[in-house]
Design a protein around this ligand. Structure first.
Ligand code: UD1
Ligand code: UDP
Length: 367
């Protein structure tokens, strides 16, 4: 049987490379990898690290691409590939425009779809935007649902998806995380901040670009001004809009280091070495609980309530004052810090990819 795995952004690559590795181990499966190229440098960093060569790369990324451009270019390119390869199953991941476009293309070609990380929901179409739409839309046309948690499965079933097609697998990000963190990890940047409490910052959400992003950066600056023993490392997203705002707000601070995106091996170890994390990322909300690192989530909603329940994540939104207060509490109150630093892992045992491969093999046997 032939499976085509299609994705195009950094987080999808981090979460799908372990699945590809597992599929490639199975004798009865022919696994083809198609990159949409929605991301470029940030995607290839991951592919190189996992040493996976793609069969196709649509290379659709354009500077400041719009959602329509991403969708149209991927779908147009995939037509020919679907016709040529005729896969028995297309695997997509999560909630990006690449997942939506690839899922829709498979649907139009009558090819069954497996959705990894299915069932995450905020039920708010504006937050995260457009991801909530993308994941709900993919789930409308999915045949095999790989839900990372019980909650994700319950949500899918409540929406009317057939029980026998929804599997709880754990999140494949834990599979990746198990291979990266090293207690003896070193990086020369730690010389710069060895005497400080290090905060790790990431921010890239489309709905945050503009005023919310300015607020986030102003809040980080305020934290630095009021806590001289704090230093902030910010591996900045490649989005030029975000870079413009960061340059304007951060250029005069010597407590903040804006650096290029890290590869995931380095990033996981930076997380492990940080005091706490400020982020609007989805994936980081899943990784931090496993590492016992408190996270201030720079968003108003989350589709990852498991981390909130576990006590590691706190939603602080995108207002300067709420971010600052959240950070102050962690910097000053030992008890709060300790409570949020409990290592818990609601996202599985690192064997999600293996389960996904087994479920796919069973599915074809049943067919
Ligand atoms: C995309 C996903 C988002 C995911 C994020 C992960 C959609 C709609 N958004 O958002 O769900 O959380 O990826 O990071 O699918 N760029 C580069 N090089 C790169 C990557 C991006 O130069 O390797 C620049 C380009 O100018 C591009 C811009 O960043 O136009 C934004 O990239 P895009 O994929 O459109 O959106 P993200 O914000 O990355
Ligand atoms: N990440 C990385 N390098 C960085 C920042 C993040 O490898 O400089 C990893 C991080 O560990 C997580 C993933 O990228 O696995 C999250 O990606 P992102 O925040 O871009 O997207 P989201 O998860 O919000 O869709």
């Amino acid at each position: 049987m032939k499976i085509m795995v299609i994705f195009g952004t950094r987080p999808e690559a981090i979460k799908m490379c372990p699945v590809i590795k597992e599929l490639k181990k199975q004798g009865e499966i022919e696994c083809k990898v198609c990159l949409t190229g929605q991301h470029k440098e940030m995607l290839l960093q991951v592919m190189n690290l996992f040493k996976i060569e793609a069969d196709y790369n649509l290379e659709i990324m354009r500077k400041n691409q719009t959602l329509s451009m991403i969708l149209i270019n991927i779908m147009q390119n995939l037509d020919e590939i679907m016709e040529r390869e005729k896969p028995d199953l297309v695997l997509v991941h999560g909630d990006t425009s690449s997942s939506f476009a690839a899922g829709l293309s498979a649907f139009y070609h009558g090819i069954p779809i497996g959705h990894v990380e299915a069932g995450l929901r905020t039920y708010n179409m504006k937050s995260p935007y457009p991801e909530e739409f993308n994941r709900q839309a993919v789930d409308l046309i999915t045949d095999l649902y790989f839900a990372p948690t019980k909650l994700a499965r319950q949500q899918l079933i409540r929406e009317g998806k057939k029980r026998e097609n929804v599997f709880v697998t754990g999140n494949t990000v834990i599979d990746a995380l198990k291979t990266t963190v090293r207690k003896d990890y070193q990086n020369e940047i730690f010389d710069w901040c060895s005497d400080s409490r290090v905060l790790l910052l990431t921010a890239h959400r489309r709905e945050n670009v503009g005023k919310p992003m300015e607020n986030i950066f102003e809040a980080v600056k305020k934290i630095c001004l009021n806590y001289p023993d704090v230093k902030v490392i910010y591996p900045i997203h490649k989005n030029p809009e975000i870079r413009k705002i960061a340059k304007r707000i951060f250029s005069d601070s010597n407590q903040i280091k804006v650096i290029e995106p890290l590869d995931v091996y380095d990033f996981h170890n930076f997380m492990d070495k940080s005091y706490f994390i400020l982020t609007d990322s989805g994936g980081i909300q899943e990784e931090a609980p496993a590492l016992g690192k408190p996270v201030l989530v720079l968003r108003d909603t989350t589709e990852r309530p498991e981390g909130i329940e576990a006590g590691t994540l706190k939603l602080v939104g995108t207002e300067i004052e709420s971010i600052y207060q959240g950070a102050s509490k962690l910097l000053e109150d030992e008890t709060t810090y300790r409570k949020m630093s409990n290592a818990v892992n609601p996202y599985g045992d690192g064997l999600a990819s293996k389960r996904i491969a087994n479920i796919i093999i069973d599915y074809f046997k049943r067919k």
